[in-house]
Design a protein around this ligand. Structure first.
Ligand SMILES: NC(=O)c1ccc[n+]([C@@H]2O[C@H](COP(=O)([O-])OP(=O)(O)OC[C@H]3O[C@@H](n4cnc5c(N)ncnc54)[C@H](O)[C@@H]3O)[C@@H](O)[C@H]2O)c1
Length: 373
């Protein structure tokens, strides 16, 4: 596997997600952090990039300087990861795609459907990979769940219950924390907070595992902390194009919930259940048979699951390994491997989730009227 030059925008010191990208991208030696504009504060960003080993002349103060500096270099970056607050994704992704640089963008892809579609079209036109970091699809047992649905082990899917409900924004006095503040500011977060921030991970996983897209939904948003302009709790009922119904709950005020991401899929022939805090086990209940624990690393699993497993059975394997699987698939996608492309959370997923969030915000404003996605 050749080592590709890789750059990051955002993900600076102390950011929530920057470190997971750096660890994940380095696990297979497929990417080298060659350039970065890591922080909204140019000086802090340059300093931090250099502390991570980025050469001085490629530790940029702004993403536009980075684009100018990298686009014509012989050894310029091939892939950029965008890990900045949501409102900036569109402008940055558009600029890098226009320069022919592949993009892994953090979710949500953009603030509007129009922007999301335009990025999808631009990527295709410029022969670029545009992936969206729905990184939980990198977990081996989420891949096993998808393989089980594809092989018909559950039969026709009737019901999906997806949750991403945590309790880490439950403290009203934490409103000025910079990592919390932007998430509830419509100018930076868009039309939705917790659904766009967390709920879409659960919904994307529901769509990715079942192979069904959302068609219509009814949403209820709550600002449990009333000073917030955007919701900190959302409940959404969704009709999916393959006939399933999805019930989605996302929250930031579910005190006691830590990460709170779970997926349950119920079909005519069986049900499965997965929880991100116990990622190595998938519970599988065939109709009229006892529940089985399907353990990561055990025999008989799908080849996607086996290939995604990095550590021997019984040892914990987690989120950064899942991100590493996304980066490995990115490397595969850049080499034109169709299996890698099939696994990669795609621009189409990014567009679908922006559509869902937009529809949910619209529905919530009318006390849950059903809205087309
Ligand atoms: N996929 C996941 O599991 C996951 C998890 C958390 C966050 N996210 C997404 O990642 C993005 C960042 O979230 P976070 O929680 O890390 O936020 P954060 O506030 O913790 O960090 C944001 C980082 O971006 C930098 N930044 C802001 N504007 C910038 C600019 N114009 N140029 C360069 N750097 C800039 C900030 O200085 C900071 O280092 C968001 O879109 C969020 O939705 C994804």
């Amino acid at each position: 596997m050749s080592v590709r030059n890789w750059g990051m925008v955002g993900g600076g010191k102390g950011s929530q997600i920057g470190g997971a990208h750096r660890i994940g991208s380095s696990m297979d030696g497929a990417f080298r952090l060659a350039a970065g504009a890591l922080d909204v504060d140019p000086k802090a960003g340059r300093r931090y990039a250099m502390s991570l080993g980025v050469p001085r002349d490629r530790a940029y103060g702004t993403w536009s300087d980075m684009l100018e500096g990298e686009r014509d270099r012989e050894d310029g970056i091939e892939l950029v990861t965008i890990a900045t607050p949501n409102a900036t994704h569109y402008e940055i992704a558009q600029a890098f795609l226009k320069a022919g640089i592949h993009v892994l963008c953090e979710k949500p892809l953009t603030m509007t459907i129009k922007e999301a579609i335009s990025l999808e079209v631009l990527a295709e036109k410029n022969n670029c990979v545009l992936a969206v970091n729905f990184g939980y699809t990198g977990y081996p047992m989420v891949r096993e769940a998808r393989a089980m649905v594809r092989r018909g082990k559950l039969g026709a899917i009737r019901l999906v219950v997806a949750e991403f409900a945590h309790g880490h924004h439950a403290d009203a006095s934490d409103a000025d924390n910079p990592r919390v503040r932007w998430r509830y500011d419509p100018s930076q977060a868009g039309v939705s907070s917790v659904l766009a921030d967390c709920g879409i991970h659960a919904l994307q996983m529901a769509e990715w595992v079942t192979g069904q897209r959302s068609t219509e939904l009814s949403a209820h948003f709550l600002s449990a902390i009333p000073s917030r302009d955007l919701e900190d709790d959302a409940a959404v009922q969704i009709s999916m194009d393959g006939g399933a119904t999805c019930r989605l709950w996302s929250s930031a005020v579910a005190l006691g919930h830590q990460h709170g991401l779970t997926l349950q899929v119920f079909g005519e022939k069986g049900g499965i259940s997965w929880a991100q805090e116990h990622p190595n086990q998938l519970l599988y209940t065939p109709l009229n048979k006892p529940t089985r624990i399907v353990e990561r690393g055990s025999p008989g699993l799908h080849k996607d699951t086996v290939e995604s497993t990095r550590i021997a059975v019984g040892h914990p394997e987690g989120m950064v390994s899942a991100f590493a699987n996304v980066y490995r698939d990115l490397a595969g996608a850049l080499d034109g491997k169709s299996a890698a492309l099939d696994r990669l959370p795609s621009a189409a997923d990014g567009v679908a989730m922006v559509r869902a969030v937009t529809a949910a915000a619209k529905s919530a404003k009318t006390r849950g009227r059903w809205v087309s996605v």
